[in-house]
Each structure stands twice: as structure tokens, then as C-alpha cells.
Design a protein around this ligand. Structure first.
Ligand code: GLN
Length: 387
């Protein structure tokens, strides 16, 4: 038999999604892969039921249904202050996973360098490899996860084509301040680099932190390729509805990649999700409140158990320090945690470029009773995970 492509040789399957399978195998409360166990908004579900009996069962326009793009453009302008043309500046994708890959394929050539902050969401490494691009990792330093502008500039001096910026950040929960974004923007302009943003947690931010859009900074709109999704904002991760927003010359390229990769996102789901895109400010305020309460419940629960952890400014992940348990492999720790304690977590090493073995990632996008159940199980962590 001929040799298979070596394109995927350098990476494994997704550790995040593997941990979901392991959690399921041991009947663990799955706090690994980040997705909610509560209902999406009723209005969206009601519309989905109606849509089943309406005429939305064939392909929509490849770059997204007209009314979806129009509703998205309106919502985006409301929050970012940027007016965009729904015909030439949006592509609707199958989740932001496709959005990020399509953005990378549209911007980079094989051999190009791409700056990525570490820790980083694991897809970015694979995206870069599949595009033939070379990631240049720049550390976000725990526990605050700030960056050193000089170290970042050093990476910009290596002539990268793009930088990937996840804001709010998965997994460290950092929300970049406007000043930090200005530093990155200044470097992007100075060295003529694109910024590809992943802003899927844009509406999950804890006061007093606020989310600022990179594309809204002066001179950044033309070099920012913004990716986001409806998954987290409307609790519909299984619907796979994401999008890219960028200027028309970039979107022309993204449309081509998307057209040949997936043709389009599911038409009936786009139609139903318009109900969510049309929500007023109250919805987003209630979402913030809901997650603020969950964050409080979960973090204080971890404190009571005596676990050391990060305090996320945004998104819904927390990194717990497991260095006191004396494990050499955080993957072994997580597998044993699922088996013995009954809680699913992601090994921190899958997010770090540096040889970091002291964190596991848990998420709190769950019903309060699920979180309480997980905390109750975690209460025995010191006994069950001791060596
Ligand atoms: N963003 C989620 C996480 O980090 C998972 C997304 C996915 O699996 N597509 O857990």
C-alpha cells in the first residue's frame, strides 16, 4: 500500500475531545470539553421546531443565508461599533473551528510564520501545521498570563504573516485590556502582520473586565480577520455555527476555501439561530450574570477543597494547580481523576508549548447541580489522587 499523507504526523487527535470520551467511559462529570448541559434559549428552540416544517432543507447560499448574515452584521455593529457589509464581509462557517482554519488558509502560504500565545487552544497548532505554517510561540506568563512586549516584538521581528489572538482566552481566561491590544496592534502595523482573532467568548466576561474588539482599534480593521461563533453565546455548540468577519478582499479568499471545504453551514440551523442574533441587550446581560454566578460557585468550591487555581477574567475555564500531587504526567492525572474521582478534566500540557505539567483545565459551563456534584466528588481528590 502507498504511504499515507504525512500532513498529520506531527499532532495527535484532540486531547480535549479525547477527554470527553474518557469521561464518558468512566461515567465522570465531564468538565473537560467546554460545552453546557443547560438548555439553549427557548426562542431559538421554538423557532427550530417551526423551521422543521418550513422550506429550509436545501443548501443555503454557500457563505451563509442572507437573513443570518444581515442579523449578524446588525448585532456585530451594535457590540463592536463597526458597520460591516453582510454580503462582502461575512462568511458563515461550520463552527469557529472551520472559521479559524479557513482564515489561516486564506492568509498564510506554506512556510509562513504565525505568532501564537502559549497557552493556546489546541486547534491553532494543528491549523498551522495543516496550512504548512510555522507557529512562533510567545508565552503568556502564569499566574496573571501577561506578556512581555519585548518578547512579543522579538517574534514580530521574525517576519510572521499573522498572529492568532484568542480573546477572551481559552484556557487561561485572560481578557486583554485595551492597552494590551494597542501594543499588539502597534506591532501588527509596524511589521505589517495580520491578526486572526478567535472571539468565541466575547460575551462571557466578568466585571470589571470588558471585551474590546481588535478590529475596532484605529487602523486594525483592514488587517484583522475575526472569527467567532454562536456556540458559546447561545449554548448551541452542536449546531456548528461560526463565522469570519473581515474586509472584502480577505473574505473573497475565505469564501473560496469555505465553498470547497464544506459548501455551507446547516441551513435550518442558520434560520433558527436568527432568533438568537435578534435578541436585545437583556439576553447578553443575563448571560453574563449566569456565568458570573457559576464562576463564583465553582471557584469558591475549589477554594473550600483547598485547590489552587486561576481566577478567569473571561470564558469559562479554570486552571487548577496539581503540582502538589507529584504526578509526572498530567494526562495520567486526568485519566485517573476521571476513573477514581469521577470528574473529567483536560491536561494543561495540551495547551502549553512550554514543558508545563502543573495544570489541569476544568470548565464551569454546567448547571449548578452538575457543578455541585463535581465539587462534591472533588472533595475527595486529596485522598483518592495521593501517591
Ligand atoms: N472550545 C471547547 C474547549 O476548549 C471545545 C471546542 C471543541 O471541541 N470544538 O473545550
Amino acid at each position: 500500500m502507498p504511504a499515507l499523507s504525512n500532513r498529520t504526523d506531527s499532532f495527535t487527535d484532540s486531547v480535549i475531545r479525547r477527554m470527553t470520551r474518557i469521561s464518558n467511559e468512566y461515567g465522570a462529570v465531564n468538565l473537560s470539553q467546554g460545552f453546557p448541559d443547560f438548555e439553549p434559549p427557548r426562542e431559538i428552540l421554538t423557532r427550530l421546531v417551526e423551521v422543521a416544517n418550513e422550506d429550509y432543507h436545501q443548501y443555503s447560499v454557500t457563505w451563509g443565508a442572507q437573513n443570518f448574515r444581515e442579523a449578524l452584521a446588525k448585532k456585530y455593529e451594535h457590540f463592536s461599533g463597526i458597520a460591516i457589509d453582510p454580503d462582502s464581509e461575512i462568511v458563515v462557517t461550520c463552527g469557529s473551528t472551520e472559521a479559524m482554519m479557513a482564515a489561516m488558509m486564506s492568509v498564510t502560504n506554506p512556510g509562513d510564520k504565525v505568532i501564537v500565545f502559549s497557552p493556546f487552544y489546541e486547534n491553532y497548532g494543528a491549523d498551522a501545521v495543516l496550512c504548512g505554517a510555522e507557529p512562533l510561540y510567545v508565552p503568556l506568563v502564569p499566574p496573571e498570563f501577561g506578556f512581555d512586549p519585548n518578547v512579543l516584538e522579538e517574534a514580530f521581528r521574525q517576519k510572521p504573516k499573522a498572529m492568532i489572538l484568542c480573546n477572551p482566552s481559552n484556557p487561561c481566561g485572560k481578557v486583554f485590556t485595551k492597552d494590551e491590544l494597542e501594543i499588539i496592534a502597534g506591532l501588527a502595523k509596524k511589521y505589517d502582520v495580520f491578526i486572526i482573532t478567535d472571539e468565541v467568548y466575547e460575551h462571557i466576561v466578568y466585571a470589571p473586565n470588558v471585551h474590546s474588539y481588535m478590529a475596532a482599534l484605529p487602523g486594525m480593521r483592514e488587517r484583522t480577520v475575526q472569527c467567532s461563533s454562536l456556540s458559546k453565546t447561545y449554548s448551541i455548540t452542536g449546531w456548528r455555527l461560526g463565522y469570519v468577519i473581515a474586509p472584502p478582499d480577505i473574505i473573497d479568499r475565505v469564501k473560496k476555501v469555505h465553498d470547497f471545504l464544506t459548501v455551507g453551514a446547516a441551513a435550518p440551523l442558520q434560520e433558527a439561530a436568527v432568533a438568537g442574533l435578534d435578541f436585545g441587550d437583556d439576553y447578553y446581560k443575563a448571560l453574563q450574570e449566569k456565568y458570573t454566578e457559576k464562576r463564583e460557585l465553582f471557584l469558591r468550591g475549589l477554594d473550600d477543597i483547598g485547590l489552587v487555581h486561576t481566577e478567569p477574567q473571561g470564558a469559562y475555564y479554570v486552571l487548577v494547580d496539581i503540582s502538589g500531587f507529584g504526578y509526572e504526567s498530567d494526562l495520567d492525572f486526568c485519566t485517573r481523576l476521571a476513573q477514581k474521582v469521577g470528574v473529567g478534566a483536560v491536561p494543561g500540557s495540551s495547551f502549553f508549548k512550554e514543558p508545563e505539567n502543573r495544570f489541569i483545565r476544568l470548565h464551569f459551563a454546567k448547571r449548578n447541580d452538575t457543578l455541585n456534584e463535581a465539587l462534591e466528588r472533588l472533595d475527595s481528590i486529596k485522598i483518592k489522587m495521593g501517591k
